[in-house]
Design a binder for this molecule. Structure first.
Ligand SMILES: NC(=O)C1=CN([C@@H]2O[C@H](COP(=O)(O)OP(=O)(O)OC[C@H]3O[C@@H](n4cnc5c(N)ncnc54)[C@H](O)[C@@H]3O)[C@@H](O)[C@H]2O)C=CC1
Ligand SMILES: O=CCc1c[nH]c2ccccc12
Length: 270
């Protein structure tokens, strides 16, 4: 089963695997990395004001000669340069400079950027959607209390992009369940932390067992784990072979027992 599209609460849909431009640097290197991700099969690109490479992402999309409607582009309001949400979104559009002037998804990068008036900030996001600048709008790093602050809004966020991997499942699962029960798609960022920043931990054992049985790499199993939790995943690499591995992880489906074994092992992490 390849990576499918997931329906959003506004009727649009989002590809369930995305490539993010965080830490991809600037200049030619960032353009080349983005083109490489597109060549590997990613059609969902995640960037942000804070990543300082929105121009490069736009340049790559132009060079790769993609039809605008065939790529799903997310960017985020990260509170840089003292710009309002509306000005920041327009600045992002100018930077990515695509032939059709919209982003597919615009996110508030973190609740701290719109506190204390979270609802007021969200109303600016609603205005962006009404103007067609963003087809869909959502949030990132919002906790349940932040989402509750949006109760009076006209539009429910389409997405909440959050940290999600096995070692944070216990602390994030109530948030994931809240989002899913309110029609908010969860996007998992940094899904590979168990191999990148916490290798040698207790989930390595079930990952090794599943890898032996399926021939999948640890990376692929972690992406499949996040998908099994109902999340869209956003990952990254500058290595083409890894990117191709992430795309082919769309064919890996974990059993309930596999997911339970990973969750049980993750609970042993100190
Ligand atoms: N909304 C937010 O606050 C955040 C959003 N993001 C988004 O998510 C995207 C992905 O985030 P990451 O933390 O980079 O995700 P990730 O957990 O997928 O890590 C990707 C990194 O892991 C490395 N890697 C993959 N397999 C490895 C292995 N077997 N051994 C060692 N290293 C390996 C890759 O080369 C790459 O550098 C970002 O580019 C950004 O778009 C990321 C962090 C925060
Ligand atoms: O998205 C990755 C981490 C990050 C970098 N800059 C900001 C600003 C606001 C929230 C998160 C981040």
């Amino acid at each position: 089963m390849p990576w499918e599209n997931v329906k959003l609460n506004d009727g649009r849909s989002i590809p369930s695997v995305g490539w993010g431009s965080w830490k991809m640097g600037k200049g030619q290197q960032a353009v080349d990395s983005t083109i490489q991700a597109l060549d590997a099969g990613f059609v969902h690109i995640d960037t942000a004001q804070a990543y300082l490479n929105q121009e490069e992402v736009g340049e790559a999309l132009k060079r790769a000669n993609f039809k605008r409607s065939d790529v799903f582009l997310t960017t985020k309001f990260s509170g840089r340069d003292g710009l309002s949400i509306l000005d920041a979104a327009n600045d992002s559009l100018r930077k990515v400079n695509l032939s059709v002037d919209y982003v597919d998804l615009y996110l508030v990068h973190a609740p701290s950027l719109v506190r204390p008036d979270i609802l007021g900030g969200w109303r600016q996001m609603e205005a962006l959607q009404a103007r067609g600048i963003a087809k869909s709008i959502g949030v990132s790093n919002f906790e349940i209390k932040d989402l509750e602050a949006l109760k009076g809004a006209n539009i429910v966020p389409a997405v909440n992009q959050i940290l999600l991997h096995p070692y944070v499942w216990e602390r994030q699962k109530a948030l994931v369940q809240y989002c899913q029960s309110h029609g908010i798609v969860v996007e998992a960022y940094s899904p590979l932390i168990p191999v990148t920043q916490q290798p040698g931990g207790p989930v390595d054992k079930p990952l090794a067992d599943i890898s032996k049985r399926t021939n999948a790499s640890f990376d692929q199993i972690l992406l499949a784990w996040a998908r099994a939790k109902g999340a869209v995943v956003v990952t990254n690499s500058s290595k083409k072979s890894r990117l191709e591995g992430y795309i082919s992880a769309g064919d890996l489906q974990l059993s309930d027992d596999d997911v339970a074994a990973i969750d049980a092992a993750a609970r042993k992490q100190k």
